[in-house]
Design a binder for this molecule. Structure first.
Ligand SMILES: *Cc1c(COP(=O)(O)O)cnc(C)c1O
Length: 370
């Protein structure tokens, strides 16, 4: 790629192919692969990512909200799309756009059946979500009776899959808890299947679950972060390639005297004669205020420059006193060599947060390194 001349997010579709193939190599050939493309495919671009994965013959997509599924359908994506967290107000649209809802409580079940019946649907695919310990979204084990009796009373929907979500799949010290979630899920599935009389697909694992718990792959895995290049462990990070690089440019350089201050509220005070660079990226672009006041850094000509003072809406200032650089030089916020996970850790957050924060204002550029 040529050097960045403005703030850009470069997205390497070749790295996406690599990550997909790596994760797939962990699965049995018959295990299906669902790509989680919620939140603009973790801050990249859900349409371009979904188009690329559709070419790689991905089995399923998942988004969080209905609006995200509509955007994929508008872009011509024809692969099935699971909506993880829909609301009853979305149900008519969900059916119109061939999206498949996660059904996570009795209210949602009843309202979806009502809408599906009103539209004379038969066997509309739905996905029943169970809570096995995350305590976030989903039916409880003892709801199986209720759900299956409701489902048997209608022809409008069919259970395409049953799923649950692991609470700590990346954390080996919580493996006992994870094992218990796997067992609970199996018990629920057996009970459900015996009552409903057919076998929906089963899926439980996110990226770390798919990597750490091969016996819990069931019929499908649901990977997000791994596709985008992070494995939630240093070892797995080495096997994956970050697909996104956030870059910018030095707009202006200032030389300041000892005791002068930088930025709003005069939050940084110079300790001597120093040089600062102003960069066109701020909290409205995804550089959260937590990265200010020397919690975060950028890379200029291979060297770390810490972010000084408060992060502004459209700018940050960094300390370049010991860096040989000029106005117009490229600035790297994260890339495959300076990983988002390192920047995230310096500000006590996680890779998921920094990559999904890159706002829609930042221009996306796509390329394929393969
Ligand atoms: C976001 C999400 C995933 C993907 O998790 P990763 O850790 O990014 O692989 C899978 N399943 C559900 C229910 C999710 O909400």
């Amino acid at each position: 790629m040529p050097k960045a001349l403005e703030t850009v997010l470069e997205i390497d579709l070749g790295a996406l192919t690599h990550n997909f193939n790596y994760l797939k190599s962990k699965l049995k050939p018959q295990t299906k692969f669902l790509a989680v493309v919620k939140a603009f495919a973790y801050g990249s671009d859900s349409v371009e990512i979904a188009k690329h994965l559709q070419k790689l013959r991905i089995d399923y997509f998942a988004v969080a909200y209905t609006k995200e599924g509509i955007a994929l359908r508008d872009a011509g994506i024809t692969t099935p799309i699971l909506v993880l967290h829909p609301q009853p107000i979305n149900f008519k649209t969900i059916i119109e756009r061939c999206l498949e809802p996660s059904i996570y409580n009795a209210k949602v079940l009843n309202e979806f059946i009502t809408v599906a019946e009103a539209q004379s649907q038969t066997d509309y695919p739905v996905h029943i979500k169970f809570n096995t310990g995350l305590n976030r979204l989903g039916f409880w084990e003892n709801d199986v009776d209720y759900i299956t009796s409701k489902l048997k009373a209608t022809k409008s929907v069919v259970v395409k899959s049953m799923f649950s979500h692991l609470a700590a799949s990346e954390d080996v010290s919580e493996s006992k808890f994870t094992e218990r979630q796997i067992e609970t899920f199996k018990t629920i599935a057996e009970e459900f299947e015996s009552r409903i009389g057919y076998n929906p697909w089963l899926h439980l694992c996110n990226t770390s679950g798919a990597i750490n718990y091969p016996k819990a792959h069931f019929n499908m895995v649901r990977c997000g972060i791994g596709l985008y290049g992070f494995g939630n462990s240093p070892k797995e990070d080495d096997n994956l390639k970050p697909i996104a690089s956030l870059k910018s440019v030095i707009s202006q350089i200032h030389k300041i005297e000892k005791g002068e201050t930088v930025g709003y509220n005069r939050a940084y005070k110079s300790k001597g004669i120093e040089r600062t660079a102003t960069i066109p990226i701020g909290h409205a672009d995804g550089i959260n205020r937590i990265y200010g006041n020397e919690n975060g850094f950028v890379i200029i000509n291979g060297k770390k420059a810490s972010i000084i003072g408060n992060v502004c809406m459209d700018m940050i200032m960094v300390n370049i006193t010991n860096i040989d650089c000029n106005e117009g030089d490229e600035v790297i916020i994260f890339d495959p060599n300076h990983k988002a996970v390192d920047l995230a850790e310096s500000a006590h957050t996680i890779s998921y947060e920094i990559i999904t924060s890159v706002s829609q204002r930042v221009k996306r550029i796509f390329f394929n390194s393969l």
